[in-house]
Design a protein around this ligand. Structure first.
Ligand code: DGL
Length: 263
């Protein structure tokens, strides 16, 4: 696919939650999605490792003709986005926990952020909290086990429901009335998390906002939008059959072109 395309990458299938919204909003765009499943979970890796992986994937996506890259992973965003922007001249869009809208929305003055260990303990997360959440109490929870569930395509099974409910019961969520999904994998668990929370809790996730941001960059970037539907290509650094099966379940549609990426 050597033509103008949007690159999207994540450690695994989680970033498909962002890809899905981009696809909905911009159906004529070509996209190339990379799931770095051989190196998952990013949430437990060092910044150096994540930067190294992000750089290699970016070079591959550039080689495929991508002129905009979405880092569809909170962990890679906090670890590698600044470096990617310094190193490469195309635009990058990252994903961060939506602290500001959550703090604004809360009526009880308490919110909960669910993220990976990497994101939860990052400097960027601390600074987001200092900037936007000074007036609210924040429960910052790391839930790496939720990533595993989504990687297995277990988003609505009884086991997923039990594990999510048990996790939420075992943490004190206080008076939280807003719940932020700070990992792209968790977006696929939204309904199951919803069922485990009291009705008055609002769940915030960023996929729609990211797609809108991509749309606004593309408006200035793309000279001529093609009229036919875009081509969608998917690559994984691990098992292609497993990726395809889980990805089809998550996006509720067929993956027509998938391959193995060795970088
Ligand atoms: N989906 C990624 C994120 O948003 C992380 C999952 C992982 O730990 O690999 O942070």
């Amino acid at each position: 696919m050597r033509q103008d395309a949007i690159g999207v990458f994540d450690s695994g299938v989680g970033g498909l939650s962002i890809w899905r919204e981009i696809r909905r909003l911009l159906p004529r765009e070509n996209t190339v999605y990379v799931a770095d499943q051989k190196h998952l979970p990013y949430g437990e890796k060092s910044d150096e490792e994540i930067r190294g992986r992000s750089e290699k994937i970016t070079k591959y996506l550039l080689d495929q003709g991508c002129s905009l890259i979405v880092v569809a992973c909170n962990s890679a965003t906090v670890s590698a986005l600044a470096q990617l922007r310094r190193q490469f001249s195309i635009p990058f869009v990252g994903v961060e926990p939506a602290v500001k809208p959550a703090a604004r929305k809360s009526k009880t003055g308490e919110i909960t952020i669910l993220a990976t260990t990497k994101t939860a303990t990052s400097k960027r997360q601390r600074s987001l909290l200092e900037q936007h959440a000074n007036s609210v109490k924040v429960n910052l929870l790391a839930a790496p086990e939720f990533v595993e569930l989504v990687e297995k395509g277990e988003i609505d099974t009884p086991r997923a429901s039990r594990r999510i409910a048990a996790f939420l019961r075992s943490h004190n969520l206080g008076k939280s009335d807003v719940f932020v999904l700070g990992c792209t994998h968790y977006i696929f668990l939204k309904d199951t998390i919803r069922n485990a929370l009291p009705d008055h809790v609002t769940i915030i996730e960023p996929s729609r906002a990211i797609a809108k941001r991509v749309e606004s960059i593309r408006k200035n970037q793309v000279r001529k939008t093609q009229q036919k539907p875009g081509k969608q290509r998917f690559m994984t650094t691990a098992n292609v059959v497993r990726f395809t099966n889980v990805a089809q379940k998550l996006i509720g549609g067929a993956i027509e072109s998938a391959g193995k990426l060795e970088v």
